[in-house]
Design a protein around this ligand. Structure first.
Ligand SMILES: CC(C)(COP(=O)(O)OP(=O)(O)OC[C@H]1O[C@@H](n2cnc3c(N)ncnc32)[C@H](O)[C@@H]1OP(=O)(O)O)[C@@H](O)C(=O)NCCC(=O)NCCS
Length: 248
C-alpha cells in the first residue's frame, strides 16, 4: 500500500515541477536522458487530454496544416478527405490524444499517442505531433512529447517510437533531446526511446498536470463565453443605432 508520507512527497514534487522557475539546468540533456523525457524551459503549459467529442476541433487543426506539414506529419501530403478519414478513425478508447488550446479554444498543438496493436511491438506506443506554424518554436512540441512519455510510463509502455522524415530536424531534435536513439534509413528515420518504469512521482505528476489543464480549460471556456456575450451585445447595440440613424 502507498504510504501517506510518500504520497505527500510525490504530490509536492509534482507541484514543484509544475511551478518551478526556469533555470539553466532545464536544458541539461544528461538529466533528460535519465528521466526519459526532455525538459524544455517552458514549465507551465496546460496539456489536456482530448475526447471523441472534439473530433471536429482535431480536424480543424489538421486541415489548417499546409501541404508540406501534412507530408511531414503523415509521411504523405494528406488531402482534406484523407485527414477527415484519419480523424474519423481515431480510436479514443485505445489511444490518447493530447492538445494545447489558445484563448479562443482553438487547438494550436496536438499529439497522438497510438498504442501498438502489433504483437511484436507489445507495450510500445507511437508518437505523432503537429503544432500550427504561428505557435512553433515555443517548446509545445517538446512539452507534448514529455506529456506523452509520462503517460506512457504510467500505462506500462516500455518504448515510445517516432517515424519521421530524415529532413524533419525539429522532430528529430525533440526525440534526441529526450535521449532517444535515431536510426536513419535514407529519407526516413525512426527514433526509439526506452522508458523506465512508472513511479509514484510520475503517477502523481500526471494527476496534477491533468487537473491543471482541466482548470485552465474551464477558465478559457468561461472567458470565451463572456467575450462572445459582450460581442453579441455590441452587435445588437450597433444594429439598434443603425436602425435609428440610417445612412443617408
Ligand atoms: C515538429 C513540430 C511538431 C515541432 O514543434 P515545435 O513546437 O515548433 O517544437 P519545439 O518548439 O518544441 O522545438 C523542438 C526543438 O526543435 C528545434 N527547432 C524548432 N524549429 C526548428 C527548425 N526549423 N530547424 C531546426 N531546429 C528547430 C528547437 O530549437 C527545439 O530544440 P531545442 O529544445 O534543442 O532548442 C512542428 O514543427 C510541426 O508541427 N511540424 C509539422 C508536423 C510534423 O513534422 N510532425 C512531426 C512528425 S510526427
Amino acid at each position: 500500500m502507498v504510504q501517506a508520507q510518500a504520497l505527500l512527497k510525490a504530490s509536492l514534487n509534482a507541484g514543484r515541477e509544475l511551478l518551478r522557475p526556469l533555470t539553466s539546468a532545464d536544458t541539461s540533456h544528461d538529466t533528460e536522458a535519465q528521466s526519459g523525457a526532455s525538459h524544455h524551459p517552458l514549465a507551465l503549459v496546460p496539456i489536456r487530454s482530448i475526447g471523441p467529442s472534439e473530433r471536429e476541433r482535431v480536424a480543424t487543426h489538421l486541415i489548417a496544416l499546409a501541404e508540406h506539414d501534412r507530408y511531414l506529419r503523415f509521411g504523405y501530403a494528406a488531402s482534406d478527405e484523407q485527414v477527415h478519414r484519419y480523424v474519423t478513425g481515431l480510436d479514443f478508447e485505445r489511444d490518447d490524444i493530447f492538445g494545447i488550446y489558445n484563448r479562443k479554444l482553438e487547438l494550436i498543438a496536438m499529439a497522438h499517442l497510438a498504442f501498438s496493436v502489433d504483437p511484436q511491438r507489445a507495450s510500445c506506443a507511437e508518437f505523432g505531433v503537429s503544432v500550427l506554424p504561428h505557435a512553433r518554436g515555443r517548446g509545445y512540441g517538446a512539452r507534448l512529447f514529455d506529456r506523452a512519455v509520462m503517460h506512457s510510463r504510467n500505462q506500462g509502455v516500455t518504448m515510445v517510437y517516432i517515424h519521421a522524415l530524415s529532413e524533419n530536424t525539429p522532430m528529430l531534435k525533440i526525440a534526441r533531446n529526450a535521449g532517444a536513439s535515431v536510426v536513419r534509413d535514407g529519407s526516413e528515420s525512426e527514433a526509439h526511446l526506452m522508458l523506465p518504469p512508472a513511479t509514484l512521482d510520475t503517477h502523481v505528476s500526471e494527476i496534477v498536470e491533468h487537473q491543471f489543464a482541466e482548470a485552465d480549460y474551464v477558465v478559457k471556456t468561461q472567458t470565451k463565453r463572456l467575450h462572445d456575450f459582450i460581442a453579441g451585445v455590441q452587435e445588437v447595440r450597433q444594429g439598434v443605432r443603425d436602425a435609428r440613424h440610417p445612412a443617408p
